[in-house]
Design a protein around this ligand. Structure first.
Ligand code: HEC
Ligand code: HEC
Length: 430
């Protein structure tokens, strides 16, 4: 959409037929998009002014970070080259893999995060369910805009550790909403930068800036910039018979047919937006662990239903070639290996080797780095598997790989041009 707007500005003649009301909306959409882009790349939203959304969701890394489990606050550099900063070394890895951000503005995407803990729900405040303590204070347009309220509150992702800055202190004390909360501190910080203030006013914000305004801009950017519907597969859906190679066509038939991938990876975005367990090995510090000092039970921590143990949201497979490592914890760096895991999860769980993951060295590692060796946890994970064993010939897997490659949108190969040269805070852009 923004491309069209850009074009519209460049070729004024093309705008003549646009009615004034429509022109107004387009203009404010563009302003919001531009604001969202600058905020997305600006470390101003982090406690210690040292990490931006884009650090973990970078256009050159398929809107992810190329790591199994990221180094968040306290790191320096991008992707596989990210290292800890001496004197501010991270105390933990980020517990889950940074997901890609493609098509999240599409109304089909009503559940965010690997465990769906942000979701559209008419019975919740402003129609969106949020984790405890993170209730929305203002209405926002969609689940995406609600989700972007969360990373700023996480010590490992963006806030930093208590004692380091006011945002981290507020987060550690559970002060998220209201005056003096994490959102309030960051909104005031952005409001004090004249370039941001003036541009928010131009989008219709009057009075004090609220974090909901920032979130709305971030969502406008993410939902538009990372819309990805021009892959060979899309051209095929639009009736172009030559769009897919014969291998990709065979792979598509297997995917939505005998290989049963489509039972969970259904529809044009390859997701049913539901939760299933494919018994991935546990790596990293884990999250929501009721039993261990590591581990990640996934959906059951949200639903309270033991049947959801180790279940995670079915990910969309758009641009899957670009978004590795794979799985909620990035257990597999190799895409084919990830696909093969589905065909016999128990065997692959038993044979798992941590060298399959991409984990940069950290000086402060805990027992979590050996979580995959815990036999009892592995039995529990194995018992949760919702996928049945399936024998496929290597040539069938080749075809499925060709189909997965047809989901790559050329727009996101070498997407470094999406990174702005500078941001209004003047902080460095990665
Ligand atoms: C340190 C790395 C890191 C940073 C910085 C970060 N994220 Fe994320 N992001 C993640 C991880 C990890 C998850 C998945 C967490 C989970 O599912 O529990 C995630 C999930 C998301 C999702 C949900 C995607 C989906 O498919 O459900 C969105 C949207 C998102 N992040 C946007 C942002 C925005 C906007 C910012 C900046 C305000 C940001 N992130 C900062 C690592 C990061
Ligand atoms: C029972 C439902 C189900 C079936 C059937 C299924 N998947 Fe999955 N798939 C999932 C879930 C759930 C995940 C995420 C698991 C996690 O993170 O723990 C996933 C993850 C993936 C990923 C990694 C995506 C990412 O972004 O990390 C790929 C690739 C994938 N599946 C491909 C396939 C293929 C190919 C098939 C058919 C051979 C298949 N899946 C069958 C549910 C399923």
């Amino acid at each position: 959409m923004v491309r069209l707007n850009g074009l519209c500005v460049a070729v004024l003649a093309a705008c003549v037929s646009v009615t004034p009301a429509m022109g107004q909306t387009l203009r404010s959409d563009t302003l919001l998009f531009d604001l969202g882009r600058d905020l997305f790349f600006d470390p101003v939203l982090s406690g210690n002014l040292n990490i931006a959304c884009a650090t973990c969701h970078h256009p050159t890394k398929g809107t992810s970070d190329g790591l199994s489990l990221g180094i968040g606050e306290g790191g320096s550099g991008l992707g596989e080259d990210r290292i800890e900063v001496l004197g501010n070394a991270p105390v933990s890895r980020v517990p889950r893999n940074a997901p890609a951000l493609f098509n999240l503005g599409n109304p089909e995407f009503v559940r965010m995060l690997h465990d769906g803990r942000v979701w559209m729900d008419p019975t919740e405040m402003y129609g969106i369910g949020m984790p405890n303590g993170h209730v929305l204070e203002r209405p926002v347009p969609n689940a995406l805009a609600a989700q972007v309220h969360l990373p700023i509150t996480s010590a490992t992702e963006m806030a930093g550790q208590p004692g380091e800055n006011a945002v981290a202190d507020a987060a550690a004390e559970g002060r998220i909403t209201g005056p003096g909360g994490v959102r309030d501190i960051l909104a005031k910080r952005v409001d004090a930068i004249p370039a941001y203030r003036a541009r928010f006013e131009a989008t219709g914000v009057s009075g004090e800036l609220h974090y909901a305004d920032i979130a709305t801009a971030l969502a406008a950017y993410i939902g538009t910039e990372f819309e990805s519907t021009s892959s060979p597969f899309d051209r095929h859906l639009n009736g172009d018979d030559a769009a897919l190679t014969s291998a990709a066509k065979r792979g598509m038939d297997l995917f939505y047919g005998d290989a049963q991938c489509g039972t969970c990876h259904s529809g044009r975005f390859q997701t049913d937006h539901q939760f299933h367990s494919i018994a991935l090995p546990q790596i990293g510090p884990g999250k929501n662990q009721p039993r261990l000092t590591y581990g990640d039970v996934g959906r059951s921590a949200i639903s309270g239903d033991a049947a959801d143990d180790f279940a995670f949201r079915t990910p969309s497979l758009r641009n899957i070639e670009l978004t590795g490592p794979y799985g909620h914890n990035g257990a597999y760096t190799d895409l084919r290996h990830m696909v093969e895991h589905h065909l016999n999860p128990l065997r692959h769980l038993a044979m798992y080797d941590p060298s399959y993951a991409t984990l940069p060295a950290l000086s402060q590692i805990g027992p979590d780095d050996f979580a995959f060796e815990d036999l009892e946890e592995n039995f529990r994970i194995a018992a949760s598997a919702d996928v049945t064993t399936l024998e496929l010939a290597p040539s069938d897997i080749d075809d499925i790989m060709a189909f997965l490659a047809s989901l790559t949108d050329p727009k996101f190969i070498d997407a470094g041009h999406l990174v702005p040269a500078s941001v209004p805070s003047g902080l460095p852009v990665e």
